[in-house]
Design a protein around this ligand. Structure first.
Ligand code: GLC
Length: 558
């Protein structure tokens, strides 16, 4: 049914694609060591294909000592031994392409591992040729100007290194020293690494922590009034003076030579800043992945639907005519989508998961959909710090403990906010360890795997899984859902998110009830007369005019 007329020059495969995110550690283990691996992914490619998705974004699989689960890379041209070998990778890529699935790799070049050869050289002496690959502050200049660090127990991004009597910078953990992008030799090294993978035939990069690559290398003192305001401090970190010069250079040197897609994580702190990364006239990147919609708060009940709608609508307005956005509600750094934006109680888990999937698949922007959300997987709610592996949670815990803070309150909050909530192993079936591994899983499974898993849902036509598949097909058959303009309706409604997508003479209305109560929408619209393309209750004729049942989602063509 692809007869819609697409605006000239704007059609791109990556706009029409649905991207599925695979967190390799937790997807499927093939060798019983308890850690997911590349062969495991290969064994599940038919499942991935069956979802209907077009591309996979794979979290880092490069050699790494795993201080931050692969986001600390010690060799950019090798595969992490936990995950397999380069032969496994080549086979994975081949098998994906055979099935028509593209592969997007993570590019983590704001920092490397401290075990990377570059850093070993760099820290060995002040006149080593690799010294300027990183940021060093000689101790004779005094204590370096304070910078916040995400994963440091003392939240201090400068770490003293006795060998050369200097401090090095690490925005993330102390095992993740920041690379110095001011150095053109380093930039060229990065471009060579990118070419290495692109020449293998991969289809794009997700650019990790990219707004941080450019820094003011003078490191001015931070104004004292913002020291306790992480959000304010951020402005002194990202979007450095040469950020866009570097990305344009990368585009000229590498990206423009390949037919690939690039997606920038955390692009900009406002819609207009995000646009700068992906405005086609600026020749930088393709898709902006902004954080406002996930950083809005911990639970939909706390921040409210109107605020949430306004964020998406503000971004859409900026991106109406050019540029392109990613639409996502979860990833490996976020809690489970249904536990944050829906309702993970037994009564509403399925219906609200379906509602949220409807949202992701009907919005304007490329859907980035996180593994396990198609089953409605939920936060595991770990009770003890020993159940967490993530450096973020563990180091924050130590920091609170050192300060004599309230550890119980912290652990309680982590049940809703920790990154580990989304990292528990994929729930394949009801057998031991849910079929994820025959060994001891690296992270505890959610005990609910006996009732929530792929095998059970395969057999049920009305499962969350099969509903997701229908949504993906619907998006493919209706380019209105890809390219159509987005218009928010009934803005003030605190319960219902209603919008239209319109392309030429085609119009689609989406109605989503974000609450556990019956909700009313204020539109002059009689449901009965129109074609319902999909609804998550599967019996839409029961719908009363202008009323939606709890977490109901309806897609209507008219
Ligand atoms: C990104 C990744 C996150 C990682 C961080 C540091 O935000 O998504 O998982 O910890 O960068 O590399």
């Amino acid at each position: 049914m692809k007869f819609d007329i697409i605006p000239t020059n704007s059609a791109k495969w990556w706009k029409e694609a649905v991207v599925y995110q695979i967190y390799p550690r937790s997807f499927k283990d093939s060798d019983g060591d308890g850690v997911g691996d590349l062969k495991g992914i290969i064994s599940k490619l038919d499942y991935v294909k069956s979802l209907g998705v077009d591309a996979v974004w794979l979290n880092p699989i490069y050699a790494s000592p795993n201080d931050d689960n692969g986001y600390d890379i010690s060799n950019y041209r090798e595969i992490m031994s936990d995950f397999g070998t380069m032969e496994d990778f080549d086979l994975l890529l081949q098998e994906m392409h055979k099935r028509g699935i593209k592969l997007i790799m993570d590019l983590v070049v704001n920092h490397s591992s401290d075990e990377h050869e570059w850093f070993k050289q760099s820290r060995s002496s002040r006149d080593n040729p690799y010294r300027n690959y990183y940021h060093w502050w000689p101790a004779e200049k005094g204590t370096p100007p304070y910078r916040w660090s995400w994963f440091d127990v003392d939240s201090n991004a400068w770490k003293y290194d006795a060998t050369t009597d200097s401090y090095y910078l690490h925005y993330f953990s102390e095992k993740q020293p920041d690379l110095n992008w001011e150095n053109p030799t380093l930039r060229n090294e990065v471009y060579d690494i990118m070419k290495f993978w692109l020449d293998k035939g991969i289809d794009g990069f997700r650019m990790d922590a990219f707004q941080f690559i450019s820094k003011d290398n003078n490191f001015p003192e931070l104004p004292t009034e913002i020291l306790n305001e992480p959000i304010e401090i951020m402005k002194y970190y990202g979007d450095g003076p040469h950020l866009h010069d570097y990305i344009q250079e990368m585009n000229r040197e590498v990206l423009s030579k390949y037919n690939i897609m690039t997606v920038a994580e955390g692009a900009g702190s406002s819609p207009s800043e995000a646009m700068k990364f992906v405005d086609p006239d600026r020749k930088e990147l393709d898709i902006a992945y902004h954080f406002e919609s996930v950083e809005i708060g911990n639970h939909i009940a706390d921040f409210g639907l109107v605020k949430y709608k306004d964020i998406f609508s503000r971004y859409d307005t900026e991106f109406k005519d050019k540029g392109w956005l990613a639409i996502f509600l979860a990833n490996h750094d976020q809690p489970r989508m249904v536990s944050k934006f829906g309702n993970d109680s037994p009564e509403f888990r399925e219906i609200s998961s379906k509602m949220l999937s409807t949202f992701i698949l009907t919005m304007r922007g490329t859907p980035f959909y996180y593994q396990g959300d198609e089953l409605g997987m939920v936060n595991p709610r770990f009770d003890s710090i020993n159940e967490y592996q993530d450096i973020d949670t563990r180091n924050k815990y130590i920091s609170i403990k050192n300060k004599g803070g309230d550890l119980q309150a912290f652990l309680e909050a982590q049940k809703q906010t920790s990154r580990e909530n989304s990292r528990t192993p994929f729930q394949w079936n009801s057998t031991k360890n849910s079929g994820f591994t025959s060994g001891k899983p690296w992270l505890k499974l959610n005990p609910n795997f006996e009732t929530i898993n792929a095998e059970i849902q395969e057999k049920n036509q009305n499962s969350v899984l099969n509903y997701f598949r229908k949504l993906v097909q619907l998006r493919k058959e209706n380019l209105t859902l890809v390219y159509g303009t987005y218009t928010l309706l009934d803005r003030e409604n605190p319960n219902v998110y209603a919008y239209t997508r319109r392309l030429n003479d085609k119009k689609i209305l989406v109605l989503l009830n974000f609450t556990d109560q019956t909700a009313t929408y204020n539109l002059n619209f009689k449901l009965g007369k129109h074609e319902v393309l999909l609804d998550n209750y599967n019996d839409f004729e029961k719908v009363e005019n202008c009323q939606l049942r709890p977490y109901e989602a309806i897609i209507i063509a008219y």
